[in-house]
Design a protein around this ligand. Structure first.
Ligand code: CP3
Length: 354
């Protein structure tokens, strides 16, 4: 562990890591959420050979290959590990499938008694192919490209575990959390524990930086946001900092609105991921003094391309040019995104100067 840590310190110059620590660079480093995926023909080809989506996640050779595809094609400053946030429930022992055209499907866990079906003890058995993917990517990446590890944040992962699938309103998890907060807390604690162990292993395997995806952080009342979004995220940040004092951590509480500010203040994340709805000047004034910012181009713009996309990209880079900024989308690419537009966006960011 000590060796891996001094190894990371020996490479302090990756632009993405420097921006994450709050440095204003000549132009922002960039990567894109869902940069590996169905909008790329080379991904669809590998995906077709792999069998199911989960088979791809657990195949280190193929998962490393699709992780590297967008780095090669667009010259991104970061590679995000190819995996999924739902491998954690799977590793805890919950049945998981990705049904074609339907998305994830899990055997729902709806009450405290059902937590007995899960266990943190053997998570690495199932997750070890993911760590091997990280090692393979690390070995293949250019020195100046950062490797981004990730996990889902406990609240978002819990919404899938409880509903058994994606839901528009996360009603099953909210209902359980209101009905039986002590029981729901046990699920969240299990996820905090598994997430720390999982991210620790990703860093040991070579991740330079990690992101916590809280895709369903929006729409909660204040007390629930504090208890189920902020508190578990803070616990993960504190525990990871003890293990890896220099590791930059990105928190992405999508759609958190007015809770973005207390989120950054209370969790201690180094970088905050901004969804598309966050006003630029407000974020530059309020959030950027506390943390580097990442975001927040509307993922619809790379579908349209051209001046509409580039004008908005320029506005974002100008707004955040005086502090730490990592260029990204406000949420992930969707499958109909033309890769040519992404290439145009990447060139534009690379050539921009503050
Ligand atoms: O390129 C990358 O961003 C890295 C890989 C990655 C995937 N999922 C691959 C994936 C990452 C970081 C994720 C995170 C993830 N997974 C989130 C958080 C971010 C977000 O989008 O809000 C969530 C909520 C999930 C859960 C998940 N995975 C859903 C709901 C679905 C189905 C929806 C869909 O788009 O089909 C997935 C599947 C998934 N994860 C795909 C990919 C490339 C598509 C599956 C396929 O190729 O068949």
């Amino acid at each position: 562990m000590i060796d891996a840590s001094s190894d990371r310190k020996a490479l302090p110059g990756k632009p993405l890591v420097r921006a994450a620590r709050g440095e204003a660079l000549e132009r922002p480093p960039f990567w894109f959420m869902r940069q590996a995926g169905r909008y790329l023909p080379e991904y669809r080809e590998v995906r077709a050979d792999a069998g199911s989506f989960l088979d791809l996640c657990y195949n280190p050779r193929l998962a490393a290959e699709v992780t590297l595809q967008p780095v090669r094609r667009f010259g991104t400053d970061g590679a995000i590990l190819f995996s999924d946030i739902l491998v954690i429930p799977h590793a805890l022992g919950q049945h998981l499938e990705f049904r074609e055209g339907e998305g994830p499907w899990l055997e729902p866990i709806t009450a405290e008694a059902e937590l007995a079906r899960l266990s943190c003890d053997r998570i690495h058995d199932r997750l070890s192919p993911v760590y091997e993917t990280v090692e393979r990517v690390r070995a293949a990446l250019p020195d100046d490209v950062a490797l981004i590890g990730f996990a889902g944040a406990p609240w978002t992962v819990a919404t899938y575990m409880v509903a058994g699938r994606g839901t528009p309103d996360q009603a099953p998890a909210r209902d359980w959390a209101y009905r039986d907060p002590a029981g729901f807390q046990r699920l969240i604690e299990m996820l905090v524990d598994a997430t720390v162990r999982y991210l620790d292993r990703q860093v040991r395997a070579g991740a330079d930086i990690v992101q916590l995806f809280d895709s369903w952080a929006g729409g909660l009342p204040e007390s629930a946001f504090e208890r189920w979004v902020i508190a578990p995220t803070r616990a993960i940040v504190e525990r990871l900092r003890k293990l890896w004092p220099d590791l930059p951590i990105i928190g992405f509480p999508r759609a958190a609105g007015a809770f973005y500010e207390p989120y950054v203040r209370a969790t201690g994340v180094d970088v905050v991921g901004l969804d598309t709805g966050v006003p630029l000047q407000w974020a530059a004034r309020t959030l950027q003094p506390m943390a580097a910012v990442q975001g927040n181009l509307d993922p619809r713009l790379p579908i349209v391309g051209g001046a509409a996309m580039l004008d908005e990209a320029r506005r974002i880079m100008e707004a955040f040019s005086s502090g730490g900024h990592i260029f990204n989308l406000g949420h992930g690419f969707v499958p109909q995104t033309p890769p040519e537009n992404v290439a145009q966006l990447a060139d534009f960011i690379r050539e921009w100067r503050r």
